[in-house]
Write a protein that binds this ligand. Sequence first.
Ligand code: NAD
Ligand code: WQD
Length: 362
Amino acid sequence: MNSLPNSDLMYFSFNFDAMNNAKHILVTGGAGYIGSHTVVQLIESGYTPVIVDDLRNAHAKSLDGIKKITGKEIIHQPIDVCDLTALEKVFSNYSFEGIIHFAAYKAVGESVEQPLKYYRNNILGLVNVLELAQKFNVKNIVFSSSCTVYGEPENEKVVTENSPIQIANSPYGNTKQIGEEIIQDFIKSGVDCKILNLRYFNPVGAHPSSIIGEFPLGKPNNLMPVITQTAVGKLPKITVFGNDYDTIDGTCVRDYIHVMDVAEAHVKGINWLKNQDKSLVEQLNIGTGKGTSVLELINTFEEISGQKLNWEFGPRRSGDVVEIFADVTKMLNLMNWKPNRTAKDAVIDAWNWEQKLTNDKK
Ligand code: NAD
Ligand code: WQD
């Protein structure tokens, strides 16, 4: 593995031939949950990802995992995307065909307590990436946005990319809205660049090999790791937040999408952007189009694992959206992407991954 901002020269002489032919894609945050799965899919599609990730919210193990799955050496630069000088050095060293910008903080609750931490990292990181893309003439960019921009849908629970954007209910959500606005202004300025804002719904699951998956640092907030960690005894029980919502069974409904489908959407996105002639920015939903309630997900897990989960109802969680799922027609029409896996597949892979993590620690 090459982790080497300080040994660039050596690296150049070592990999000179490969670098001439390689189709490099800058992947910021490529060691993280969605990033690591996307890096695998990029490599399997013939790209050479250059991961910029200082591992502030990732394990180095995920880089080993990518190498193990793909059989390829991984290019990793442990750099802070907010460090413009260090990031510029990476842009000088490679000729990127595209950029996927994942690097950001993502914990909603923490963003309410420490908003400036979120604004600094998520906004400054994006501005640096755009500035260097312009300077180094990189024309194809994918930005990690989120369904959080829709807030609580007013009428229809299924949202299209034209559904109204609501006032953000957390500083984290606001960084995604502001990020999309910055990108709109960047494109309006007449810059020669094409950008996709991918609005992910609820990415879950893991690589089917169980070699990479989600490594939540500290106590998880998201439902899927709460379920699997409860099943292995890392957490004592699941509190289901609210049972009196106006939904199929009183619990909240989300669009859980397999992380491998999310990863594939990025490869499709980069391929599609490369074929576009004119500057553009597009918003695209990345979901399954199907809603699943909290209880339905718990039931699916119990069915698959053959194990009863310790769960109980608790009060509603403040700020929770009641019900939302994606209309994904635009992705289908524009780049023939559709999810190939179900929420059940995601539960199977998340469960296998959790068991592997637990066994590895024994
Ligand atoms: P993650 O925390 O697993 O991955 C983010 C990666 O970025 C981490 O590896 C972290 O070390 C790195 N990083 C963060 N700040 C950095 C910095 N300044 N410099 C270098 N590296 C930095 O998160 P994820 O779930 O993979 O999410 C990826 C992106 O997708 C984020 O932008 C997130 O907001 C967005 N998103 C995630 C979800 C979700 O539910 N996971 C949903 C919608 C959108
Ligand atoms: C799902 C459902 C909870 C934990 C978050 C971010 C959002 C986006 C996607 C990044 C909800 C319920 C959860 C638990 C529970 N991320 N739940 N008990 O809230 O849809 O969205 O991830 O952009 O911005 O906010 O995901 O996994 O936290 O919750 O009952 O212990 O599970 O109330 O209904 P959410 P989640």
